[in-house]
Structures are given as C-alpha cells and as structure tokens.
Design a protein around this ligand. Structure first.
Ligand code: IMP
Ligand code: MG
Length: 174
C-alpha cells in the first residue's frame, strides 16, 4: 500500500480517555439508565470499550447510515441503511460516534432520533475535528480534539482498512 500510519494517540492514551468519559457519563446519569446508539461501523470499537466503563445500567443498539453525495463530500442527507431495533421512546439516548468532521451526518441523524420521543439525546464522540465543522452540532462528550488530518484506527478506516488498530494514527501518503 502506498501509505503508512503514524501514531497520533497511543493505545494507553485512548484507553485512559475512554475510562474518564465512562466515569463522567456514570456520574451524569446516576440513578438512570442509558441507551447507547452506535453508528456503524466506525463507532463500534469505541462503544464497546465505553460501555464497559459505564456503571449505570446500559442497553445498546446499532444503526448504519450512508450519506448521499460523493465519497469525500457528504451532502448532509443521510440514508438509514440499518435502522435501530428498538424504539427510543422515553430513553436517555447517547449517540456514540468515532469522529465528528463536517458535522453534517450527525446533525441530520440527531434530528431524526429526537423525533422519536426519547427522554434525552446526547452525543459522544471519540474524536472531533473542529476546524472542519460546516454544520453546527453540539457535542456533549469528546475524547480528543484533533487537527485536520485523516486518521485511522479504533474503528476508523481508510478504504475499509486499519479499523482494528488499537491506537489512532494519521495516514501519510508516500
Ligand atoms: P461528517 O461529520 O458528516 O463530515 O462525517 C463524519 C464521518 O466521516 C465519520 O463518521 C467518519 O466515518 C468519516 N470521517 C471523517 N473524518 C475521518 C477521518 O479522519 N478518518 C476516517 N473517517 C473519517
Ligand atoms: Mg462514522
């Protein structure tokens, strides 16, 4: 492959941060239950690790979306490829994402989920690239703010590769 990956955040740094977010969520939702909604595929690694660090009761669901438009420029109109199995009515939902980039996908998705009558909806992302934001989206829990670089690992892919890296790396093209 004509690229290599440089470490941006080590496995230890990522794991420590996820533990911290889990503790924060456990505090914020004390006495309640949380319903984690994972956006496949990228959010899955983060969600599994995060769920293990939350001490209030947790339920999980998954959805898969694809954005209309070209591969590099999302239009903001999201097609639900796989919908959630369960209704969100009266649930305390936390949407778990790998990265918020332009914000287009998430702002659309959050609107759709809020329309389903949950008690609350919050957004938790492992990574945030604030410089790239086009659509305003409120992020409630952020792991790391990162520079405008293409990153892989911990669920994030480049052409479906590198999702399994236990750290976050920057793709450098040789
Ligand atoms: P957006 O916020 O609507 O632009 O879309 C964010 C989605 O684009 C994420 O859920 C990722 O799937 C993908 N994405 C954005 N930046 C990166 C990156 O640096 N590496 C891998 N995928 C990315
Ligand atoms: Mg994603």
């Amino acid at each position: 492959m004509a690229e290599h990956v440089e470490v941006l955040l080590t496995e230890e740094e990522v794991d420590a941060k996820i533990k911290q977010i889990g503790e924060q969520i456990s505090k914020d939702y004390a006495g309640k239950e949380v319903h984690l909604v994972c956006v496949l595929k990228g959010g899955s690694f983060f969600m599994c690790e995060l769920a293990k660090r939350i001490t209030v009761p947790v339920s999980l669901d998954f959805m898969s979306v694809s954005s209309y438009g070209s591969a590099t420029k999302s239009s903001g109109v999201v097609k639900i490829v796989k919908d959630l199995d369960e209704p969100l009515k009266d649930k305390n939902v936390i949407v778990v994402e790998d990265i918020v980039d332009s914000g287009r996908t998430l702002s659309y998705l959050l609107e759709v989920l809020r329309g389903r009558g949950p008690e609350s909806v919050k957004l938790c992302t492992l990574l945030d690239k604030p410089e790239r934001r086009v659509t305003d989206v409120q992020v409630d829990y952020t792991g790391f703010e990162i520079p405008d670089e293409f990153v892989v690992g911990y669920g994030l892919d480049y052409d479906q590769h590198y999702r399994n890296l236990p750290y976050i790396g920057i793709v450098k093209f040789d």
